[in-house]
Design a protein around this ligand. Structure first.
Ligand code: ADE
Ligand code: ZN
Length: 343
């Protein structure tokens, strides 16, 4: 029997499918790297940074997120950033991760694409060797920059071959519909990348439909506004399109009023394939386990539902079928040990 949900959620084998590596930059590391690189930040200390993390919407967060990225300059900075996340992931029994990185925000400042990606990949390789955490890296394109810039970024990525598994779309959603990137994503698909896209976070359900139909997205990041369109909900359920939901993010960016008002449970009840994720944990007050626990407490989800969400996190990943089966089996064994039969 499970009395306290936190230890159960902590030890539960999980995959994280919606995580921006730049969003794991904790204020301590941001200040340390900025000092190391001679970069000026809008904060002098951790308390000032944390005090500024009060957001009214997605854009108000992105302004600080991009400002914080200025601290990241060298290959070692990207290594350290990724490694710090992986150490936490190991402590939370995150067995597989499909992180995003935002190369344009670095190349625009004169940091080379290769510097960014090499630092990240080196840490991901070490993470697999040291902790057994597998990964599939996703290059996220900034939707509030011109499509040309995205195409140029894809050309850079090509040199890294299979080390980059997928292409995603993030940044300010409103006013930047999927149509803007039709050609870019057609190119990405032709290059063999898996495709995901943020949609329906702040943007309307039509952006989710566009992400599926125009971009060919296999997974939708956030997607919570799908509930406003019953036809779309039916389609997403029928086609088992995974939605990578981020409860603490949605509250901090005021996409939803409170955790108690979060639509996650409604989405599960509608038969949608949903997973829980942390998005930008250094900014939103919690890593993956915190998101599981917060959702469980606010929405009255029990260990059985959390285990189902963990199974879904592996099923919705880009792992091959055998690896998925092994992870799902591990979730089932874990649940069984806690007196929760899943089948
Ligand atoms: N980049 C980092 N976090 C993001 C989010 N929640 N939505 C869109 N773009 C992002
Ligand atoms: Zn995101």
């Amino acid at each position: 029997m499970v009395h306290d949900i936190r230890p159960f959620a902590l030890g539960l084998p999980k995959a994280e499918l919606h995580l921006h590596l730049e969003g794991t930059l904790e204020p301590e590391m941001m200040l340390r790297l900025a000092r190391r690189n001679g970069i000026d930040l809008p904060y002098q200390n951790v308390d000032q940074a944390l005090a500024a993390y009060e957001f009214s919407d997605l854009q108000s967060f992105l302004d600080l997120y991009y400002a914080g990225c200025a601290a990241l300059v060298t290959e070692d900075d990207f290594y350290d950033l990724t490694w710090a996340y992986l150490m936490r992931a190991a402590q939370e029994n995150i067995c597989h991760v499909e992180p995003f990185f935002d190369p344009q925000t670095h190349t625009e400042r004169g940091v080379r694409f290769g510097t960014v990606v090499t630092g990240i990949l080196r840490a991901l390789e070490d993470g697999e060797e040291r902790f057994g955490i597998t990964s599939r890296l996703i290059l996220a394109l900034l939707r509030d920059r011109p499509a040309d810039s995205a195409l140029h970024t894809l050309e850079h990525a090509h040199r890294y071959g299979r080390h980059i598994a997928g292409v995603g779309l993030d940044s300010a959603e409103l006013g930047h519909p999927p149509e803007k990137f039709a050609e870019v994503f057609e190119t990405a698909r032709m290059m063999g990348y898996r495709v995901v896209a943020h949609a329906g976070e702040e943007g309307p359900p039509s952006y989710i439909t566009g992400a599926l139909d125009i971009l060919g997205a296999e997974r939708i990041d956030h997607g919570i506004r799908c509930l406003e369109d019953p036809v779309l909900v039916k389609r997403l359920a029928r086609d088992r399109v995974p939605l990578t939901v981020c409860p603490l993010s949605n509250v901090r960016l005021r996409v939803v009023r409170s955790l108690a008002a979060h639509p996650l449970k409604q989405m599960m009840d509608a038969g949608l394939t949903v997973t829980i994720n942390s998005d930008d944990p250094a900014y939103f007050g919690g890593y993956l386990t915190d998101n599981y626990v917060a959702a469980a407490e606010a929405l009255h989800l029990g260990p059985h539902e959390l285990a189902r969400l963990a199974e879904a996190s592996f099923d919705a990943s880009f792992l091959d079928a055998d690896a998925k089966d092994q992870h799902v089996y591990a979730v089932q064994q874990y649940a069984k040990r806690h007196g929760i039969p899943l089948s």
